[in-house]
Design a protein around this ligand. Structure first.
Ligand code: GDP
Ligand code: MG
Length: 772
C-alpha cells in the first residue's frame, strides 16, 4: 500500500520509493529507504502535508509525495489487504516486526522494468531471452502491440519485465506512443531499460533524449552490439553514460552478451548507487530555455500538479503544443491561465527563432544526440548498410521488385506442397496403421467405430497436414525476420494505395496467410482508423493455414500435377477479392483521405536458425493443441450425428448415412448450396468448418469423401476460402473494432461473397465443361 494510506498512529515498513530524479533522491536522503520503519504521526484525510516519523526524525511530506512511497503496514489486516501481497489470508493476526521487515525487503527486491525502444531495436528478442517466453519477433515495425509482462531473476532480485510497443518518440501522435507514455507515467516502473539499436544510433537516441527529459530512473541498453563489433566499430560507453546521465551497457539480446551487467546496472539505479546517474538538461537554446523558465514559473501556480512528471518536461511539452499535456493542464484549476501564457510565450519564441517550437525542440534533440554520439561512437565499416542497399536496389526495383515477390510467393506454395508430401505420407501411414491396430484390438460395436472412424479418422485426417503448415510458417517467419517483409510492403505500397490502403496494411495481410487472428491484431499499428478497419475486414480473405488442409486434400485428388499452381491461384484469388472489397469498403463505409507515412526499411539480417525454429515450433504446438481441442470435439460430434439414430439391419451404407441426424441436417441446407454444386455431405462439412476450417477436413475424414467433380471441388475450395471467418477471427475483429457489429458484418459479407463467387466458379466451370 501507499504511505499516504497509513492512518494516524499506524506503523509500516518501507518497501520502495518510486518516482523520479531529484524527488526520489531527496526522499531517499530523508531516510525513506527500503526496510526502514515509518510512523504516521498525523494523517487527516483532507490535510496536506502529512507528518511522519522515520529514522527518529519528524518529516512532513505532501500527500502526493507520500503516494510515491510503497509501505507494508504492521497490522496484519492491512498487510493481507495490500495489493499483490504474498501473505496468505491465513496469516496470524499479529506479525512480528521482523516478519514485516522480511516481507518488505522481499517485496523491495522486486523491480518493475519497462523495455522502451524503437520498433526493431530488439525488445522482444531480449524479453524472450530473459523470460523464456516465445513472443513473436519480427524484422519490421509494430510487431508488439501490447505490453507483455514476464519474470526474470538475478541474484536475490526479481525483475518484472514489461515489453512495450516500439516507438520512435513519446509525443502523443500514435496509439503506441500514447500507450508507452501512459505506461511510464501512470504505472511508473522502477527502472526504464531503453533499448537502442547501437548499429543505427542516430534515430534510436532521439527517443533516449525524450526519456532523459522525463527524468525517470533509466539504463540504456546498447543492443545489437554484436553487429557493431562485427563491423569493426566501438563505443566508449563509459563516457556515454556520463554524458547522458544514465548507465549505458553494451548488450546483445541475441547472444545474451552483457545481460548480467545490464541488470546489475538496473539494480544500482534502483538502489540509488549508480555513479553516472544524474538529471541532464538538454539545452534547447537561449530563446526556448527562456520560454521554458517562464512556463515553469506559470506551472508553479497550479497546486495539484502531478509530481510524477517534471515541470520542465511539462513546460517543454506545452510549448511543443502536445495535445495530451494541454488536456491535462486544462483539467486543473488555473490551467486555462497557464495555457494562455503558453500561447503568448510560444508566439514570442517563434517570432524570434522563425520556426515553430516543435521543430526547434526536435532539432535541439538531434543536436544533443549527434553531439553525444560523435564523442563516443566509432563506426566500423558500413558494409552491412551497403550490402542492404545493394539488395534493396534489386528487390525494390520498379520493374523487378514485383516479379521477384511473386516468384518468392510461388516458391513458398510449391515448397509447401512438395516438401510437405513426404512427411505427410509417413504420418498418413502411421494414422492408417493406428486405425487398423485399434480396429483389431477393440471389440466391434459403436465404441470401436467411434475410436476408428470418429477420432482417428477425423483428427488423423487433419494431423497429416502438419508438415505443410510448418513449411508455410517457415517461409513466413523467414520473410519477417530477414527484413524482406518490409520490402514487400514497400513494393506493394503503390498497389495498396490503389486500394485506398497503404503499404503498412500489407504486413497484416501477409501474416493472415499464417493465421488471421494475430494478423488482425497487428493491424493496430496502422494510424488511420479507416485503413485499419478496412485492413481488418479484408483479412479473412487472406487464406489462413487452417484452410490449407482443405485445399491440399482436394488439389491432390482433382488437380494432379498442377497442385502448386492451383494453390497459388486460390491464394491470389483471395488477394484479388480483398482488393475489390477494400475498394468497396473504402468507397462506401470509410471515406476520407489517408495521411502519407514513412515506410521503414530495416537492414537485412540473416535470421538465426533458433528464432525461425522457435516460431515454427510455436505454430506447430498451436496446431496440435487445436487438434486436441476443437477438432477432436467436432470429429466426435460429427461422428455421433452421422452414426445415430441407428438404422435397421440390412440398410445400405448410403441410406444409413442419409437417414442419420447429420444426413437430415445436410439435406435441409442442401438446397441453399446446390447452385454451387455441393451435395448434403459437402454442406455438412461447411457447417462444421465454421468452428475452425480444419473441421471441414476432419468431417470429410469421418463421413468419407463425397462424390466431387473437379468443378465442384474448385467451387468448394473457393467457398472455404471466402466464407465465415472462424470464431476466433470474428472475436478478434469485434474486439479490435470495438463493436461486435463489425464481427457480424464480416460474417455476413464473407458468406454472401462466398456464395456468389462459388456459384460463378461452378456454373462457369460446368458451362466450359459442356461446351469444351
Ligand atoms: P522489437 O521490435 O524491438 O521487439 O524487435 P525484435 O525483438 O522483434 O527484433 C528485431 C530484429 O532484430 C529481429 O530480426 C531480431 O532477430 C534482431 N535482433 C534482435 N536482437 C539482436 C541482437 O542482439 N543482435 C542482432 N544482430 N540482431 C538482433
Ligand atoms: Mg517487439
Amino acid at each position: 500500500m501507499k504511505l499516504s494510506e497509513l492512518n494516524t498512529g499506524e506503523k509500516g515498513v518501507i518497501v520502495k520509493v518510486t518516482g523520479r530524479g531529484m524527488f526520489r533522491k531527496r526522499i531517499m536522503e530523508m531516510g525513506f529507504i527500503g526496510g526502514e520503519e515509518v510512523l504516521s504521526v498525523r494523517n487527516a484525510p483532507l490535510n496536506d502535508p502529512v507528518h511522519y516519523k522515520v529514522m527518529g526524525y519528524d518529516v512532513s511530506l505532501r500527500r502526493s509525495e507520500a503516494e510515491l512511497i510503497e509501505v507494508l503496514p504492521f497490522s496484519a489486516n492491512a498487510a493481507t489487504g495490500a495489493d499483490n501481497a504474498k501473505a496468505p489470508n491465513t496469516q496470524p493476526l499479529t506479525l512480528s516486526s521482523n516478519d514485516v521487515r522480511t516481507m518488505a525487503r522481499e517485496r523491495g527486491h522486486t523491480i518493475n522494468v519497462a523495455l522502451v525502444g524503437n520498433p526493431n531495436s530488439g525488445k522482444t528478442t531480449m524479453f524472450n531471452l530473459l523470460t523464456g517466453a516465445h513472443e513473436h519477433v519480427g524484422n519490421y515495425s509494430g510487431v508488439t502491440v501490447d505490453a507483455r509482462c514476464g519474470i526474470f531473476r538475478q541474484g536475490d532480485y526479481t525483475f518484472r519485465i514489461f515489453d512495450l510497443p516500439g516507438t520512435y518518440s513519446l509525443s502523443s501522435y500514435s496509439p503506441e506512443e500514447r500507450y508507452v507514455r501512459s505506461h511510464l507515467e501512470d504505472e511508473h516502473p522502477d527502472v526504464i531499460v531503453n533499448i537502442v539499436d547501437a548499429s543505427n544510433p542516430e534515430r534510436n537516441f532521439y527517443l533516449t533524449s525524450q526519456l532523459i527529459d522525463m527524468d525517470m530512473p533509466m539504463v540504456v541498453a546498447l543492443n545489437m552490439f554484436d553487429t557493431v563489433q562485427r563491423s569493426g566499430g566501438s563505443i566508449d560507453y563509459k563516457s556515454l553514460s556520463h554524458l547522458i546521465g544514465a548507465p549505458a551497457v553494451p548488450v546483445s539480446g541475441r547472444s545474451s552478451l552483457g545481460m548480467k551487467e545490464l541488470f546489475e546496472a538496473v539494480i544500482r539505479v534502483y538502489e540509488g548507487s549508480e555513479p553516472s546517474l544524474r538529471h541532464i538538461h538538454i539545452n534547447y537554446g537561449e530563446e526556448l530555455e527562456e520560454g521554458i523558465t517562464h512556463m515553469r514559473r506559470a506551472l508553479k501556480k497550479i497546486e495539484h500538479i502531478d509530481r510524477h512528471i517534471s515541470k520542465r518536461l511539462i513546460a517543454i511539452r506545452l510549448l511543443e503544443k502536445d495535445a495530451d499535456t494541454e488536456l491535462f493542464i486544462k483539467s486543473l484549476p488555473g490551467g486555462d491561465i497557464v495555457l494562455e501564457e503558453r500561447d503568448e510565450h510560444s508566439a514570442y519564441v517563434e517570432s524570434i527563432i522563425r520556426e515553430d517550437v516543435e521543430t526547434a525542440v526536435a532539432d535541439a534533440r538531434y543536436g544533443f544526440v549527434s553531439g553525444a554520439l560523435l564523442e563516443t561512437f566509432r563506426r566500423g565499416d558500413i558494409g552491412k548498410r551497403e550490402y542492404s542497399k545493394a539488395i534493396d536496389i534489386v528487390v525494390t526495383h520498379r520493374l523487378l521488385g514485383f516479379p521477384i515477390f511473386l516468384l518468392f510467393m510461388w516458391i513458398m506454395f510449391e515448397a509447401t506442397f512438395r516438401f510437405g508430401a513426404l512427411p505427410m505420407q509417413w504420418i498418413e501411414t502411421g494414422v492408417t496403421w493406428l486405425g487398423d491396430f485399434i480396429g483389431r484390438i477393440m471389440p466391434g460395436g459403436p465404441l470401436r467405430d467411434l475410436a476408428v472412424d470418429g477420432i482417428i479418422g477425423g483428427v488423423g485426417g487433419v494431423l497429416v497436414f502438419l508438415p505443410n503448415i510448418l513449411i508455410l510458417y517457415l517461409f513466413i517467419s523467414f520473410m519477417e525476420d530477414s527484413g524482406y517483409m518490409a520490402r514487400a510492403a514497400f513494393i506493394m505500397d503503390k498497389i495498396m494505395h490503389k486500394m485506398g490502403l497503404h503499404g503498412k496494411s500489407f504486413i497484416p495481410l501477409v501474416m493472415g496467410f499464417g493465421c488471421n487472428v494475430p494478423a488482425i491484431m497487428a493491424s493496430r499499428t496502422i494510424e488511420s482508423r479507416s485503413s485499419r478497419m478496412v485492413t481488418m475486414l479484408i483479412n479473412p480473405l487472406m487464406s489462413c493455414s487452417a484452410r490449407l488442409p482443405v485445399y491440399l486434400l482436394l488439389v491432390g485428388t482433382f488437380f494432379p500435377g498442377r497442385e502448386g499452381f492451383v494453390l497459388f491461384a486460390l491464394y491470389a484469388s483471395g488477394i484479388a477479392l480483398a482488393v475489390v472489397m477494400a475498394r468497396l469498403f473504402k468507397k462506401i463505409l470509410f471515406k476520407g483521405e489517408d495521411l502519407p507515412f514513412v515506410m521503414e526499411l530495416p537492414p537485412y539480417r540473416l535470421p538465426t536458425l533458433r528464432s525461425v525454429l522457435v516460431h515454427v515450433w510455436e505454430k506447430g504446438k498451436q496446431y496440435l493443441r487445436k487438434m486436441g481441442g476443437v477438432i477432436l470435439v467436432a470429429s466426435i460430434v460429427i461422428w455421433f450425428l452421422g452414426y445415430f439414430p441407428l438404422q435397421p439391419e440390412g440398410a445400405t451404407e448410403a441410406a444409413m448415412e442419409e437417414n442419420s441426424y447429420i444426413g437430415r441436417l445436410g439435406k435441409f441446407i442442401e438446397p441453399a448450396l446446390a447452385p454451387l454444386g455441393f451435395d448434403w455431405k459437402m454442406s455438412v462439412c461447411l457447417l462444421g468448418g465454421m468452428a475452425a476450417k480444419e473441421v471441414v477436413v476432419s468431417t470429410l475424414g469421418v463421413l468419407g469423401m463425397p462424390e466431387f467433380t473437379a468443378t465442384a471441388a474448385l467451387s468448394f475450395m473457393f467457398f472455404v476460402l471466402i466464407y465465415f471467418p472462424c470464431i476466433a477471427t470474428i472475436t478478434a475483429i469485434s474486439s479490435e473494432a470495438g463493436s461486435w457489429k463489425w464481427g457480424a458484418f464480416a460474417v455476413v459479407y464473407t458468406c454472401m461473397l462466398a456464395w456468389i463467387v462459388s456459384a460463378l466458379v461452378y456454373n462457369i466451370g460446368v458451362w466450359i465443361g459442356c461446351s469444351g
